[in-house]
Design a protein around this ligand. Structure first.
Ligand SMILES: [Zn+2]
Length: 286
């Protein structure tokens, strides 16, 4: 019986050979080239675009085996995929800082403030509110594109669509799971925050209690966990305050360094009037 058991030296030698075998196998895999970059344009020198790295690890009973470990680039790739699914991916390359129109002073100031924000000089949150058609979506998309290139995971949330979907499932058992992507991403971009249906006179309706509750759940979580949030809205900051102070005071506090407001005036001449009415935080201490 004693002879059937390998002596410790033999066992150690066997395990070493096994480890070398698996290491060669892992090295071979880790030298191979992947093709994920052809799908998302993200070039990763760590995993050579395979998305995974193979490592040798000790398995059951002291034997060796290999496992695949997801590369850090996979977070960015997932984020990129989310953007594609959301419809923002198509605009990321189109709506950039480079092609943001700055013919007029107020446009230049929007761009300057946004650039300061992505360079980390404007706090964690960004808010641009007010007039329709002044480039809010363009500048926020440009910010998202830049933060993606900084390896942040970005989630796009079209408020008018997502809020309807989420409110409809508020009593579902998996509601918390549905909210999770909007809570956990590094960067959340809420487009057209509190956008609601227009009444028969074409006026924007105030958000409902269900809207306010949903907003608070997302905003408060991101406020407490200090996660970057970018918000565009037709509403001015003061109007948000009138809706719900709990949510708005958090937005106000977090966006202090990066709040832009473009006063709404007659649609045809808003561009001219905005030159005077655009208010950056530096000027009105928002
Ligand atoms: Zn990688």
């Amino acid at each position: 019986m004693e002879n059937s058991k390998p002596v410790p030296e033999e066992r150690a030698k066997f395990l070493e050979m096994a480890r070398d075998h698996y290491q060669r196998q892992a090295d071979l895999y880790n030298q191979s080239l992947g093709h994920l970059n052809s799908l998302d344009g993200i070039d990763c020198p760590i995993c050579k675009n395979r998305g995974y790295t193979e490592i040798v690890t000790e398995g059951f009973g002291g034997c060796y085996t290999t496992v695949l470990v997801a590369c850090e680039c996979m977070k960015r790739r997932r984020s990129w995929k989310q953007l594609q699914n959301s419809g923002l991916a198509g605009s990321i390359n189109r709506l950039t800082f480079d092609n943001f129109q700055t013919n007029e002073d107020w446009q230049e100031r929007i761009k300057t403030k946004a650039l300061q924000f992505v360079q980390g000089h404007g706090g964690l949150w960004f808010y641009i509110g007010g007039a329709v058609g002044c480039g809010k979506t363009h500048i926020c998309t440009a910010i998202c594109g830049d933060l993606l290139r900084q390896s942040k995971s970005v989630k796009y949330m079209c408020w008018s669509e997502e809020s309807v979907r989420l409110k409809g499932r508020v009593n579902d058992a998996d509601f918390d799971d549905l909210l999770k992507p909007f809570k956990d991403c590094d960067v959340l971009y809420i487009d057209d925050f509190f956008k609601t249906r227009r009444n028969r006179y074409g006026e924007a309706q105030q958000p409902t209690d269900a809207d306010l509750k949903l907003a608070y759940q997302i905003i408060n979580y991101r406020y407490v966990s200090r996660k970057t949030t970018i918000i565009s809205s037709e509403w001015l900051m003061d109007e948000l305050m009138d809706f719900d102070e709990a949510t708005s005071s958090r937005v106000y506090e977090m966006c202090r360094g990066s709040t832009l407001q473009i006063d709404r005036v007659g649609e045809r001449n808003y561009r001219k009037k905005m030159t005077d009415n655009i208010r950056g935080d530096a000027e009105n201490e928002m």
